[in-house]
Design a protein around this ligand. Structure first.
Ligand SMILES: O=C(COP(=O)(O)O)[C@H](O)[C@H](O)COP(=O)(O)O
Length: 323
C-alpha cells in the first residue's frame, strides 16, 4: 500500500458495491463507513503512512474517493464518507486512526437507531388488517412493516419482483420470515393489484430539496398508479438519504447499468442493432408522494427542504475535500 493506495479491504468493499453484492442505500452507507475504519487500521500499520499524519490523511481521502466512485445515485454513500472523514482529527497517526474508527462506529450505530425510529413512525401509518405493496428491497421500508407487525397489527404484502435484478425476492423472503403473508407479482401487474392494497411503501436512494424521491426504477410509475387508484404511498428514508447538493441546484445522477442485466448474450445477438438501456433509478415528483417518513417524523415531501437545511446548512463539501 502506498500513501494514496487504498487498503485491500477498501478495494474489496468498493468492488462489492459496484457489483451489487452490497446493495441498498443504507447497507452501502454502513459498508462504506466500515471500510474507512479498515483503511485507518491498515494505514496505521503501513510503512508509508504509520508515522506520517499527512500521508495518513491522504490515504483516507483516497479510500473515500475509491468508495465514492462505485455507484452514483445513493447519496447515503457520500454522506457516510463525509460523516467519517469530517470527524478525522488529531496530530498523530494514532489519534487520527482512533478518530476515524470511533466515527465509523458512531455512524453505523446512528444508522441502526434511525432505522428503528423511522420504523415506528412508518408503522403508525399502517392499520391492523392492511395490505401493503412494496417495490425493490428497502431496509427502511421493511422496518416500517416489521414494526407494524411487532405492534400486533396483521399486515399482508403484495411484493413487486422488480426487474431486472429481482430485489423483490429478497423483500418477499424477509417479509415471509417476519410472519407476513406475501404475494409476489410481476411489475406490470402492479396496477391491477393496487385495488387490493391499502398502502404502498418504498425506500429511497436520494431525496432532493424539492421533495423528489429517487428510488429504484419503476417507483415513479407505481406512485402515479397509486395516486390514480387512491392508494397512499410513503417513502421510508433515514435522513442520510437527503441529498445536500440539491440545495444548491445540483441534480441527482441516475445510474445507467449494463445491458447484460436486461438481456442475455444469446438474445442480444438475435436482436442485433436494437438499443437496450438499463436505468437503475427514477425520480418520483413530490406531488405523487404522500409522505416521507424519517427518524425525525413524517414530512410532506414539499417541506423536506426545511429538515435538509437544519441538518446540512446550505450545502456540503465533497467528503474528501481538504479542510
Ligand atoms: O432502490 C433501492 C435499492 O436499489 P439497488 O438494489 O440498486 O441498490 C432501495 O429502495 C433503496 O436503496 C433504499 O434501500 P434501504 O432502505 O435499504 O436503504
Amino acid at each position: 500500500m502506498t500513501d494514496t493506495e487504498p487498503a485491500p479491504a477498501v478495494r474489496e468493499t468498493a468492488e462489492s458495491i459496484a457489483t451489487m453484492e452490497i446493495r441498498g442505500a443504507a447497507t452501502i452507507a454502513s459498508a462504506a463507513a466500515e471500510a474507512l475504519a479498515e483503511q485507518a487500521e491498515a494505514a496505521a500499520e503501513a510503512d508509508a503512512t504509520a508515522s506520517d499524519p499527512e500521508a495518513f490523511r491522504a490515504s483516507m481521502r483516497a479510500a473515500g474517493r475509491t468508495l465514492r466512485e462505485t455507484r452514483p445515485t445513493a447519496v447515503s454513500l457520500p454522506n457516510a464518507l463525509r460523516y467519517v472523514l469530517q470527524r478525522m482529527e488529531g496530530d498523530s497517526v494514532d489519534r487520527l486512526r482512533r478518530s476515524v474508527t470511533d466515527a465509523s462506529e458512531a455512524f453505523v450505530e446512528q444508522l441502526d437507531r434511525a432505522q428503528e425510529d423511522l420504523g415506528q413512525v412508518g408503522a403508525n401509518r399502517l392499520a391492523d388488517g392492511d395490505t401493503v405493496m412494496t417495490h425493490c428491497h428497502s431496509t427502511d421500508a421493511l422496518a416500517c412493516i416489521e414494526a407494524a407487525v411487532e405492534q400486533g397489527k396483521s399486515i399482508s404484502a403484495v411484493v413487486k419482483e422488480t426487474r431486472p435484478r429481482q430485489q423483490g425476492h429478497i423483500t418477499a423472503e424477509q417479509l415471509r420470515d417476519a410472519g407476513v403473508p406475501v404475494t409476489l407479482i410481476v411489475d406490470s401487474a402492479a396496477r391491477r393489484y393496487l385495488d387490493e392494497v391499502d398502502h404502498v411503501v418504498v425506500g429511497a436512494d436520494s431525496i432532493a430539496a424539492d421533495g423528489g424521491v429517487i428510488n429504484k426504477i419503476g417507483t415513479s410509475g407505481l406512485a402515479v398508479n397509486a395516486r390514480e387508484r387512491g392508494v397512499p404511498i410513503m417513502t421510508a428514508a433515514q435522513t442520510i438519504k437527503l441529498h445536500p447538493e440539491t440545495l444548491t441546484g445540483h441534480t441527482v445522477e441516475i445510474e445507467m447499468r449494463d445491458e447484460s442485466e436486461v438481456i442475455d448474450s444469446e438474445s442480444r445477438e438475435e436482436i442485433g442493432e436494437i438499443a437496450v438501456e438499463n436505468p437503475a433509478f427514477d425520480v418520483t415528483p413530490p406531488r405523487y408522494m404522500d409522505a416521507i417518513v424519517t427518524e425525525h417524523g413524517q414530512f410532506p415531501p414539499e417541506s423536506i427542504v426545511t429538515l435538509m437545511r437544519e441538518l446540512f446548512g446550505e450545502g456540503a463539501a465533497e467528503p474528501w475535500a481538504e479542510r
